[in-house]
Design a protein around this ligand. Sequence first.
Ligand code: NAD
Length: 506
Amino acid sequence: VEQKTADLLDEVRGALQACGVEASALQGSHPVHTPVTGQQLLSVEPHSAGDVTEMIDQAHAAFKTWRDVPGPQRGAVVKRWGELIAQHKSDLGTLVRAEAGKIVSEAEGEVQEMIDICDFAVGQSRMLYGKTMPSERAGHRLMENWHPLGVVGVITAFNFPVAPYAWNTALALVAGDPVIWKPSEIGVLSGMATNALLGRAMRDCGAPEGVHHLVVGDREAAQPLLDDRRVELVSATGSTRMGREVAPRVAGRFGRYLLELGGNNAAIVTPSADLDLALRGIAFAAAGTAGQRCTTMRRLIVHESVADELVEKLRRAYETLTIGDPGDSGVLVGPMIHQQGFEGMQAALEAAKSQGGTLVTGGQRVLADKYPEAYYVEPAIIRMPEQSAVVCEETFAPILYVVTYRDFDEALELHNGVPQGLSSAIFTSDQAEAEVFLSARGSDCGIANVNLGTSGAEIGGAFGGEKDTGGGRESGSDAWKVYMRRSTNTVNYSGELPLAQGVEFI
Ligand code: NAD
């Protein structure tokens, strides 16, 4: 295992160097572990809250220059960044695999999302459109302009160490905002590489200094981002617990926040569903990424007439999943991030059993003899007699709870009967059921899919969820607007002064 860690470290050092991270940055008191072996790879220097306040000073000063750079020129920086990310796709993929334990195709898929959002943002940089509305008054023009907002603080989670940062940053940069990023303390290396590539893009394009910053540290280091009035927007991805701490702090100073918090995503499988298609959609969404996606499918709400057949198909499919080193070809399920994650899974399985659940498959730790410090698990399926307390929580692990339903309204009620509201799916061949699921009385989630799983969103749509998921939207559609402020302007060219609503005054 030591040899495995040493080999991975060689790969990691090579990737960091290729992306332009100085070797001198790779020492300090903040340890970086890999979930692949559970061992320490290296350490880096953490920032203090004081360092972060200095970054805010610099970013705030840089804003005064950056906001005046025309949108399309800001877009050129993002274009260059996207090119560099594409050039270093496999380096960044290596770092994501080493830090988050994702299999190669998923790690590189995460990097592809960064490339995609850069493309999207470059186009957006020429489309920061405001509307012109007909004025009530003759000789007046009524319009809105979108202006840069100011410094944006981005806080991200361990399981997507780079893509959500890029979703935020590509748009924030074209919107004219400087960005200060605090990645998860568990995954800083891919962050350092991403930041180094952005630095290179900035230099290549002659952009001003101080527009982007990276904070290495835990939640303490993030505190100035929450409290400093100069940070106009805090965009935070992570657990609902984190959101509950962050939101009131930022709101207390009337700052803006964008929250992307936990999910408890379900699929409804109706009697008319194509079960083989559903099987593939469910297996990837529930067991992929070792159940550590915010959009992981955690609940299956199956019509009682097809439940036994579907569960049996899933059980057989689960037993073919190869679990192991995410760098090995053929492996589909990598490790859990750490011991606490594994223990959380075991506790949830125990709770589920005590709430009447019957384990169908999985749940065991594997490869413990080979990697005693790493936590590989068999993804679990557990049938539940009802949607009990444990099913209503997000356990960040590969557990799929199965409940059955009789009539469609009951299925919808179960579906929406949890506190979270991120992603959702229905498998059906009945068009009316699909439409109801997408309608106002259907799924209450930010993402609702028909005949595909809950995970793996494209960047073109707005991403995010309702209720305990926090209500934020990032990435595509009109999510760019949150990074800008709207100014409504009226121009009077009539030579007279008619007041609105016919009001008469001097
Ligand atoms: P976490 O909440 O432990 O940490 C997320 C980030 O928030 C880290 O950078 C952490 O340092 C920071 N943080 C935590 N408490 C803070 C505080 N009080 N003040 C400031 N910063 C604080 O989450 P995690 O374990 O890294 O990630 C898993 C969770 O993230 C899951 O709940 C998952 O569903 C969620 N997630 C959501 C999305 C989404 O887009 N909705 C995406 C990825 C992950």
